[in-house]
Unconditional design. Structure first.
Length: 282
C-alpha cells in the first residue's frame, strides 16, 4: 500500500496540471474555493500539492477534499461548489483517479470485474457566480443505505479494494426512476423535458439498466458509451469527460447528469445549456 501511495503522489501531479491547463492565469487566480476529489490515494497533502505549487490558485482558498466517495464524487464536488457559488464564491473542482495502482491479483469475481472496468484520468471544472452559457440548476444526492453492501470501497492490505454485487444493475434499475422523477418534478420537469442524459458508465450493464428503467431513446446515452469506450471507467472524473463531450457539441437545453457511488448513492445534477461552451478540461 505504501508503494502504491508513493506512486500516486508522483504520477498525479502531471495529470492534474494537464487538467488545469485549459484555464487562464486570471481564472485560476480568482478561485475562492478548492474542492479536490479522489478515492484512489491515501495521503495528505494530496492533489493540493501540484495545484498550490505550480498554479496561481491562491493558497488562502477555502479547501475541501472529498475522498472514498467513488464514481459519484465529482458530482458531489459540483454540489458543494454550487452552494459556494450562491455565496458569490468561485470554486474549482479537481478530480483525479489512478485506479490502475490498485489492481488486485485475485480470483474473486467482483474484484476481477473491477480490474477490468477501471482506468486512470483527471478533469477539472470551474464554477463562478457570474452568468455563463452553462448553468447549474439543482443538485441532489439520494442514498439507499439498506443496500450499501452492494458497492463498498475499502483499504485492504494490498491496496484499495472494491466490492461490487452482481445485483447492482437490478438495484439501480429499481431505484433510479423514482429518484430521477422526484428530482425532476421538484424542478418543474419530467423525463420528457430532459434534452440530454449523461450517465456515469459504471459498466455496460449499468448503462443498460439505467437506460431501460428510464425508458430512454436508444441513442440517449451515446456520449456515456463513447467516453467509456475511449477512456474506460475513470471513476470520479468520468462524468466531467462526458460533460465536456456534450459542451463541445454545441448542444443546448436541459441536461441531467448522474453517477453512482458507495453508500449506495445516486448523485444527480441538473444543468441548463444556452449554447455550446466548454467548461470542463480533461
Amino acid at each position: 500500500m505504501g508503494a502504491r501511495t508513493a506512486t500516486f503522489d508522483k504520477a498525479a501531479g502531471p495529470l492534474v496540471l494537464r487538467a488545469l491547463g485549459g484555464f487562464s492565469h486570471e481564472q485560476l487566480k480568482g478561485v475562492d474555493t478548492l474542492v479536490t476529489v479522489s478515492c484512489t490515494h491515501a495521503s495528505s497533502p494530496g492533489l493540493e500539492r501540484p495545484i498550490f505549487g505550480r498554479t496561481p490558485v491562491p493558497p488562502s482558498v477555502d479547501r475541501w477534499n472529498l475522498g472514498f466517495m467513488g464514481c459519484s464524487a465529482a458530482l458531489a464536488g459540483l454540489r458543494l461548489a454550487q452552494q459556494r457559488a450562491a455565496l458569490k464564491r468561485t470554486s474549482l473542482v479537481v478530480a483525479c483517479e489512478l485506479s490502475s495502482l490498485h489492481f488486485q491479483y485475485t480470483d474473486v469475481l467482483d474484484q476481477m470485474t473491477a480490474n477490468l472496468l477501471f482506468s486512470d484520468g483527471a478533469a477539472a471544472m470551474l464554477l463562478s457566480p457570474e452568468p455563463t452559457a452553462v448553468r447549474v440548476v439543482d443538485c441532489r444526492s439520494v442514498s439507499v443505505p439498506e443496500l450499501a453492501e452492494q458497492m463498498v470501497w475499502f483499504a485492504g492490505d494490498q491496496g484499495l479494494q472494491l466490492r461490487l454485487s452482481q445485483e447492482l444493475p437490478e438495484t439501480l434499475a429499481a431505484h433510479v426512476p423514482g429518484a430521477v422523477d422526484r428530482f425532476l418534478r421538484d424542478n418543474g420537469l419530467d423525463r420528457g423535458g430532459v434534452d440530454h442524459w449523461l450517465v456515469h458508465p459504471g459498466g455496460t450493464q449499468i448503462l443498460e439498466a439505467v437506460e431501460q428503467s428510464l425508458r430512454l431513446p436508444a441513442d440517449a446515452l451515446r456520449l456515456s458509451r463513447e467516453v467509456y469506450r475511449n477512456f474506460g471507467n475513470m471513476s470520479s472524473p468520468t462524468i466531467f469527460f462526458i460533460m465536456k463531450s456534450l459542451f463541445d457539441s454545441d448542444a443546448a437545453g436541459s441536461v441531467l447528469a448522474m453517477a453512482f457511488g458507495p453508500g449506495l448513492t445516486i448523485e444527480m445534477v441538473l444543468l441548463h445549456v444556452d449554447r455550446g461552451a466548454v467548461r470542463v478540461r480533461s
